[in-house]
Design a binder for this molecule. Structure first.
Ligand SMILES: [Zn+2]
Length: 212
């Protein structure tokens, strides 16, 4: 094989003005979504998700930020009775990793350090749970389709099984004894899956109701 050197260095130059413009547009399009946080925090799945991410203490931080709005980090630590301001960061970062909180840093009076202001993003929690439900619905629908393909026929005399093609070829009569082939659908399984989908759709609807 001939050695050919391919130059695939891609230069991506974005003029600064363009970036600024894009950023501005992004901010403009970010619509503020208001969530009924009282209802949200009562949802078991919402609480469970936050606890899985950041523990019981993390949920406490999240709930507190929701109730108080934006708060400076040291104040937040003090209010929640953390021994050191540092101790609360562990929880804030875990929440931050899932976008459940965000921060704003401010340098005061030209001091060398920043002051951090944290706020909760309850709308992100709604989106995350919605996505989880939507994904499960998608997977369940897929498995319903697969189950349908596994439908079969069974002889009413000897119980021999036939797949759809076989049954067709034999005019829906058993090869052994001429018994009638009855269509068996994996009915119960499909029913269960469908009711799970209905249940999740109701949950999704309830989540939509949280958006004011
Ligand atoms: Zn038979």
């Amino acid at each position: 094989m001939a050695t050919k050197k391919v130059k695939n260095k891609v230069k991506k130059v974005k003029p600064k003005a363009k970036i600024k413009k894009a950023k501005k547009a992004a901010v403009k399009h970010e619509k503020k979504i208001v969530i009924d946080t009282n209802k949200l925090l009562k949802l078991e799945e919402a609480r469970k998700y936050v606890i899985d991410v950041a523990g019981e203490k993390g949920l406490e931080v999240f709930e507190f930020l929701i109730s108080k709005g934006e708060m400076e980090e040291n104040m937040l630590a003090k209010k929640l009775k953390f021994e050191k301001a540092n101790a609360i960061r562990k929880f804030l970062y875990r929440l931050y990793n899932k976008n459940l909180v965000s921060y704003r840093k401010v340098r005061k009076n030209n001091k060398a350090w920043y002051t951090y202001f944290w706020k909760a993003n309850p709308e992100k929690l709604v989106f995350i749970i919605k996505e989880m439900y939507e994904e499960e619905i998608k997977q369940t629908k897929k498995s319903i389709e697969l189950n349908k393909a596994e439908d079969f026929y069974v002889c009413d005399i000897c119980n021999r099984r036939y797949d759809v093609n076989e049954a067709l070829q034999n005019d829906f009569r058993c090869k052994n004894d001429g018994g009638v082939l009855t269509h068996i659908e994996s009915g119960k399984i499909l029913e269960d899956k469908q009711s799970r989908i209905d249940f999740l759709n109701k949950k999704l609807h309830a989540l939509d109701q949280l958006v004011k």
